[in-house]
Design a protein around this ligand. Structure first.
Ligand SMILES: [Zn+2]
Length: 284
């Protein structure tokens, strides 16, 4: 029985696999934006289905676009408290098709701190640390290394949330917002990689990281980075791959820090975003 059926089955299977590959069906350009209701600090994902690699422009600026599946691409839009809320133009092009759309980013109020500094008190860092941190934040590498939701990097309570604005001596600091989340884990408590990635920055207070303190930066790929500041010990080396949850160091009080805590920042395309959506459900 089996022998008699086989000659029929084999050509059928061959035909089925050959037809879709050779017909080159052109899929229409479709664009999906999520989440529906974003506010300042959120990350938006522009997912594009198209027959060829699209370009994505938001407010006239081209964004990095990466393949996330067959005929599917994605661009992230990073928003921050310093940007204006409201409508932004979105233009997606693939081949000779164009979609002209709009994004809406709602306003959000962030907590405010009032800091009083004695005159002349100024803690300045070194060019060395700022140059290295800036170079890290500019990384956009093509391979997606993270898988699923991000983890909180330390189990201590959150003492300063993302986006806090400040007045210094009564003057609003227009360019300042808290670029990350502070976790007040005790000194020596473990700091773990929030997701899988490659260690792209290790900086030490002894080398001139006077503001950031002992620092680790992880590249998760496709413009997504996390940075860990004020560490006590560092347990990884530059270039090393780390898994989600792997211990990369311990909470400390190095650099410009007034008590043991972890400052953790998540950057997308060079902008510091609110990590909440990355922690809740992540992006596939
Ligand atoms: Zn902080």
């Amino acid at each position: 029985m089996r022998d008699r059926l086989l000659p029929w089955l084999v050509p059928a299977i061959v035909t089925l696999t050959v037809v879709p590959a050779s017909s080159q069906v052109t899929i229409p350009l479709t664009v999906t934006v999520s989440p529906d209701r974003a506010t300042l600090g959120d990350t938006l994902a522009i997912v594009v289905n198209a027959a060829e690699q699209p370009t994505v422009e938001v407010a006239g600026k081209a964004l990095p676009v990466f393949s996330i599946g067959p005929q599917q691409w994605r661009a992230f839009v990073a928003t921050t408290p310093l940007q204006p809320a409201g409508r932004r133009s979105l233009v997606v092009r693939a081949g000779n098709e164009t979609r002209n759309m709009f994004l809406w980013v709602g306003d959000r109020s962030f907590p405010v701190q009032r800091i009083w500094l004695p005159p002349g008190k100024d803690s300045s860092g070194t060019d060395f640390e700022f140059d290295r941190v800036e170079a890290f934040k500019a990384l956009v590498t093509p391979e997606k290394l993270w898988r699923g939701a991000f983890r909180r990097p330390n189990s201590g309570p959150v003492t300063t949330p993302y986006g806090v604005r400040r007045y210094y001596n009564g003057v609003f600091a227009r360019d300042y917002f808290h670029r990350g989340v502070d976790y007040a884990g005790p000194k020596g408590s473990p700091v773990v990689a929030a997701q899988r990635g490659r260690v792209a920055l290790v900086g030490r207070e002894s080398q001139g990281f006077l503001i950031h303190g002992n620092t680790v930066g992880i590249d998760h790929g496709q413009g997504v980075l996390t940075i860990y500041l004020h560490l006590d010990q560092i347990r990884v080396q530059e270039g090393q791959m780390v898994e989600a949850g792997q211990v990369i160091g311990t909470v400390g009080n190095t650099g410009a820090s007034t008590g043991p805590h972890l400052h953790w920042g998540l950057y997308v395309n060079g902008e510091c975003v609110d990590p909440r959506s990355w922690l809740d459900q992540g992006w596939q």
